[in-house]
Design a protein around this ligand. Structure first.
Ligand SMILES: Cc1cc2nc3c(=O)[nH]c(=O)nc-3n(C[C@H](O)[C@H](O)[C@H](O)COP(=O)(O)OP(=O)(O)OC[C@H]3O[C@@H](n4cnc5c(N)ncnc54)[C@H](O)[C@@H]3O)c2cc1C
Length: 479
């Protein structure tokens, strides 16, 4: 490998001096992940300004065996964008490539550079009366290249699918620097292997996404937001199915919220409004949306305002004892107050202490049994642990997080491998997955071999070797 000066000279020649950072204070934010669980070192952080510059950086790195760590908004939760501690890597940040390139109102598609911030994409679509439905808490910081590389999920997957389902085309720079143009907006293209989907979810281990063609949808014109106290987790599943059938599949968000989380949000954010008087062990946060132009939507008997529809669902659920109480937002402020509980969940978790985080998925019929068995097993490993198992129940995906106050258990992080083993074992029994949306990164790499089918793993290894024979792309991640 060339010495540091030679690498920096080469990067400066390609991208310009201003785009190559080596100062320790300036590089520090790129070398630690959002949760501050991983810290690495790097020769430099480089900010290419175009696909051509990315291509030339990769060609140089490939020729000289310099490891490349791609980075978008650095909000990933598996350490995928953090280099190792060898100091050999270059962090390649897509931040400068942050433009919306075009928006087509006939096909409802948008072409963006990989460094475009998710919220910018959402706002650009909104300005044209359209919707880009990928959405979650880090929307103001994360970037579409990172979203696609992790195949991100979030709050709207139950209706619109994850990042993969929203992407029609990609531009990718492969490790030897060649540019692969798959940016076509075609919905149907059966010309061989589906290479776009190979790069989506590959966490920067196969190449660098530099641009994407995204699918947009008609904007929501009416929405109803509700919060319901549930009998139990199985009741959540019945309520979800009821909401789906009664609304014609218009559920846009369905989140399971345990009392532990709601109590924690209210403890750390005392201005939060308690949604219902008596909060049971589990509640559901629900949103149903319509693209109909008025505050009405097609119902079985012609038109039915969305709030009436939700009232009907909740009344039937009360009668069937699926829920014990519920509230429907009747103003923008009330809606914001309900959303605040969900949005403050990750921050309140940080305030609560040290948290073991996961993003598991499980066939929905096993959700309740899994939840309680895992809680009992976690308590046996760490007595007093708080189970913060919340999230995207509509997708069979929970953030099954385990938390303890900072002073409560000095060696709590040393127990993480035991939690890993416990959760992986249960997930295997129930046919679940160790990663529903955050990816593998460096965090779950040690779990993959046991979790994945052996032949599938061998095919993944062969693909990696074929595309990146010199192993420069994000070493130490996934495989
Ligand atoms: C408060 C909060 C809430 C969150 N909620 C959710 C949620 O509900 N659902 C969810 O799925 N995630 C969630 N996340 C996780 C995170 O925001 C997502 O994983 C997001 O998609 C990462 O985007 P990023 O731009 O920050 O990527 P980074 O963190 O920068 O990178 C993530 C991975 O992608 C690779 N990468 C980045 N850009 C490129 C590129 N252009 N080409 C190739 N590889 C690249 C990196 O090397 C790394 O492996 C949340 C995070 C936070 C902090």
């Amino acid at each position: 490998m060339p010495d540091t000066n030679a690498i920096i000279t080469a990067l400066t020649t390609i991208c310009g001096a201003k785009s190559v950072i080596t100062d320790a204070d300036e590089t520090a934010p790129y070398l630690t992940d959002w949760r501050k669980h991983y810290t690495g070192t790097a020769t430099a952080v480089v900010h290419p300004g175009s696909t051509d510059e990315v291509s030339r950086v990769l060609a140089y790195a490939n020729e000289h065996g310099v490891p490349i760590v791609p980075q978008g908004g650095n909000t990933g939760l598996c350490g995928g964008a953090t280099p190792d501690t060898s100091g050999d890597a270059i962090v390649l940040s897509l931040k400068r490539m942050d433009q919306v390139l075009s928006l087509d109102l006939k096909s409802n598609t948008m072409v963006v550079q990989a460094g475009c911030i998710l919220e910018t994409i959402q706002r650009s679509a909104e300005a044209e009366g359209l919707l880009f439905p990928l959405d979650f808490g880090s929307r103001g910081t994360c970037r579409i290249g990172g979203n696609l590389s992790t195949n991100a999920g979030g709050l709207g997957v139950v209706r619109y699918g994850n990042a993969r389902a929203l992407c029609l085309g990609l531009e990718v720079v492969v490790p030897d620097g060649r540019v692969m143009n798959l940016l076509s907006p075609l919905k149907k293209d059966n010309t061989g292997y589906d290479l776009k989907n190979l790069f989506i979810g590959s966490e920067g281990t196969l190449g660098i996404i530099t641009a994407a063609t995204l699918q947009l949808f008609p904007a929501h014109q009416a929405v109803v937001t509700a919060f319901a106290g549930l009998r139990d987790i199985d009741a959540a599943i019945s309520l979800l199915n009821l909401c789906q059938s009664a609304s014609g599949g218009r559920v846009t968000t369905f989140e399971l919220m345990p009392k532990s989380i709601i109590d924690n949000v209210m403890e750390h954010y005392p201005d939060t409004v308690q949604p219902i008087a008596d909060i049971p062990a589990f509640s559901a946060f629900i949103e149903i949306s319509s693209t109909a132009p008025t505050d009405a939507m097609p119902g079985l008997d012609g038109t039915m305002p969305l709030n009436n529809l939700m009232e009907g669902i909740l009344e039937a659920s009360l009668e069937d004892e699926l829920i014990n109480d519920a509230t429907i937002a009747t103003s923008g402020n009330q809606r914001a107050a309900l959303w605040a509980i969900r949005e403050l969940t990750p921050e309140s978790e940080i305030k609560a202490g040290v948290a073991y985080k996961s993003d598991i998925s499980i066939p929905i019929e096993h959700m309740a049994e899994f939840y309680h068995r895992a809680a009992a097993a976690a308590e046996a490993i760490a007595p007093g642990v708080r189970v913060f198992g919340f999230g995207h129940l509509g997708d069979g995906n929970l953030h099954y997080n385990l938390c303890i106050p900072r002073q409560g258990h000095p060696d709590f992080m040393a127990l993480f491998p035991e939690f890993d083993t416990m959760l992986s074992g249960l997930l295997k029994q129930y046919g679940g997955s160790i990663s529903a949306e955050h990816g593998i990164g460096q965090k779950k790499r040690h779990l993959l071999r046991d979790a994945k089918d052996a032949t599938a793993l061998a095919v993944m290894e062969a693909i990696k070797k074929a595309l990146d024979p010199n192993g420069i792309m994000n070493p130490g991640k996934i495989l």
